[in-house]
Write a protein that binds this ligand. Structure first.
Ligand code: FES
Ligand code: FE2
Length: 375
């Protein structure tokens, strides 16, 4: 199936209302051509969440990564500002920084050109005889970056609307969590053999919780939320934090005192399109970022955030282990089922399926993608 992959005729049944619709054809999860179109029309046009500002707390702190094959570095300058750059030397293109760390200047490992923390080119050994060469023209290439409540987003499209438009009313809805005052205390990465949509769909439906999370989380009955912006959400009514396994309930940190409305009475599960998932609890929040690597591979990064007042507690280090235990038991269950789904979708004999009333966001993800990639 390659000819006419983006012909809307193939997707008529996906376009129907959720309970009448079929699931996406398997090629949407396996075809490199379909994936390339998603990168071009979705990931290169949207704001992509990349991490928290508190993950680079001091001048010189950086984190580098690849976004759909693009080397990027996030760096805090001497002036305290966090910036994003293409992670490529202006001499002959070598990748500059690797992984995460801290530096005083950025020195290229190839011929030693050096850049200041604001991206300015400050040393160019051996370039004295090069004609009409002005260092001022060869600083690091900046990438658009904006932030909301400590969450950093980058965008490759210079004409894209501001981040606020993509977020819509989400910041107002989550205001009482005061996420700007949270700290990301742990991040864990998994490289999975599955398409990025598989992982996001899984995170946004509760149909699988009694089976996949039978031994850990059990049944979760969520309610759909409506709002403005490129996010979809559900709310799980809960009297206490769901970031602990039921048997560890006694280890809960105090609830965030400012919580109001739905935030005070349960948990939000949010898909922030294209590929970020947020979950909130009474005492913390966690995010899952799906960094697509190819049609069949995704790097999932899980970040756990707590209010600064909680991380300052004497018992934080001890109690937070119980929270880690919860994430480290439930996430591998989602990872394993996502990889199984990917394997099954590789069958040339597969056919589209149907959806339960408990999977409305699965239908929405499919249609949001189709709205952007079809001819
Ligand atoms: S490629 Fe960076 S200094 Fe030559
Ligand atoms: Fe799950």
């Amino acid at each position: 199936m390659t000819a006419g992959l983006f012909d809307p005729a193939h997707y008529r049944n996906v376009r129907r209302p959720p309970l009448e619709a079929e699931t996406l054809p398997a090629w949407c999860y396996t075809s490199e051509e379909f994936y390339a179109r998603e990168v071009e029309r979705i990931f290169r046009k949207c704001w992509n969440f990349v991490g928290r500002a508190d993950e680079v707390p001091n001048p010189g702190d950086y984190m580098s990564f690849e976004l759909f094959g693009e080397p990027v570095v996030i760096l805090r300058g001497k002036d305290g500002m966090v910036r994003a750059f293409a992670n490529t030397c202006r001499h002959r293109g070598t990748r500059l920084l690797a992984g995460r760390g801290s530096c005083r200047v950025i020195t290229c490992p190839y011929h030693g050109w050096a850049y200041a923390l604001d991206g300015a080119l400050i040393a160019t050994p051996g370039m004295e005889e090069t004609l009409n060469f002005a260092r001022g023209h060869y600083g690091l290439v900046p990438l658009r970056m904006e932030s909301w409540a400590g969450f950093l987003f980058v965008n490759f499209d210079p004409t894209a609307p501001a981040l606020a438009e993509q977020l819509g009313d989400l910041p107002a809805r989550l205001a009482s969590y005061d996420m700007a005052e949270m700290v990301c205390v742990r991040r864990r990465e998994y490289e999975l053999a599955c398409n990025w949509k598989i992982y996001l769909e899984n995170a946004m439906e509760d149909y699988h919780t009694p089976t996949v999370h039978k031994a850990t989380l059990g049944k979760q009955l969520t309610e759909r939320l409506e709002g403005r912006g490129d996010w979809r959400g559900t709310h799980l009514p809960a009297a206490r934090t769901i970031a602990l396994l039921p048997e560890d309930a006694a280890f809960a940190f105090p609830p965030i005192p400012t919580l109001e409305g739905l935030a005070a009475t349960g948990t939000y599960f949010l898909a922030l399109y294209p590929s970020t998932f947020f979950a909130t609890a009474h005492d913390c929040m966690w995010w899952l970022q799906e960094f697509p690597l190819s049609a069949r591979r995704t790097r999932v990064v899980v970040g756990s955030c707590f209010p600064k007042s909680t991380t300052a507690r004497a018992d934080f280090a001890q109690k937070v282990e119980k929270y880690y235990r919860r994430w480290d038991s439930s996430l591998p269950e989602d990872n394993a089922i996502s990889e199984l789904q990917q394997i099954g979708l590789g069958s040339s004999l597969g056919r589209p399926g149907r959806l339960s009333f408990r999977e409305p966001v699965v239908h929405d993800i499919a249609n949001w993608v189709l709205d952007r990639v079809l001819d």
